[in-house]
Write a protein that binds this ligand. Sequence first.
Ligand code: PBG
Length: 338
Amino acid sequence: MTFSTTDMINNITGSRRLRRNRMTPWARAMVRENTVTPDDLILPLFIIDGKSEEEAIEAMPGVSRRSVDKAVELTRHAASLGIPAVAPFPNVDLAKRDQAGSAILDPDNLICRYVKAVKDAGIDIGIITDSALDPFTDHGHDGVLRDGVIVNDESVEQIVKASILQAQAGADIIAPSDMMDGRIGAIRQALDAEGFSDTAIMSYTAKYASGFYGPYREAIGTDQTLKGDKATYYIDPANSEDAMREAEMDIAEGADSLMVKPGMPYLDIIWRMKSTFGMPVFAYQVSGEYSMIEAAAANGWLDGERAMMESIVAFKRAGADGILSYFAIRVAEKLHSS
Ligand code: PBG
């Protein structure tokens, strides 16, 4: 008797053939579990002083710093593509930076001016502002530096004031990226006390002490200012339990949504946070992740567009409700063209 390979394989698989569902584009579309739409995307953008200015960021090909008027134009474009929210980050004049980040409390600073300009222009898009101090401190840290220590409580005091100011300017969501203990609860109480009970908080819950932030620091000029590293307040990349404790506390303190940052190296944290708490979870695909893909693509080492789309759907598969990404405009444009 002859025993065919087909008989053998059917014995092995029990006649199950998984490739049937992959045979054609329509079959793949029919069984696809995750899709990306423009409303999964949040656009981070960089703001500078001036008018009609657009300046390239060397370490982030394709991303620019823009003066408020230009940033408003880009914001209008993002809204027209269906991107639901933007996250502005300022590159502040070095002369305006000090030890306590005082300029974050100037109602005329770049963040406030941008927020007001977008609202005045009547653009229907959410604005997520960061109330961490690093763009405004002369040492590049997210909090107040005293005797070589980032002091927690004094930093929270400053971050709370900045959050109120940003809410007053019109920010819809306050997203403190500083990792100080107790800041979510303190911001929530202050917002409520000041009449901003509808202003939401997106917590940078699991922000890791990562090597992937380099290009961003060039973009906002903290590459020139940062002294030492942020390991005393960001999470150690080797840990996941610490991220879960942060999430538990942020939820108890009143966070409306959680964030994991960086993104691609921390998909396990996104998955675990989403499945444990069921809260809205956002991923930040940070500057280094963007620049890695761009650099490899520029060298012809990988297909940049394909890697971009794959990286974004991977966040959805991991359970993210949305992704902050420097690719947001390109992804949304591609989704509209296909
Ligand atoms: C700091 C902050 C960082 C980023 C945004 N806000 C990290 C840092 O500079 O330490 C990184 C974003 C990116 O890399 O895209 N509050």
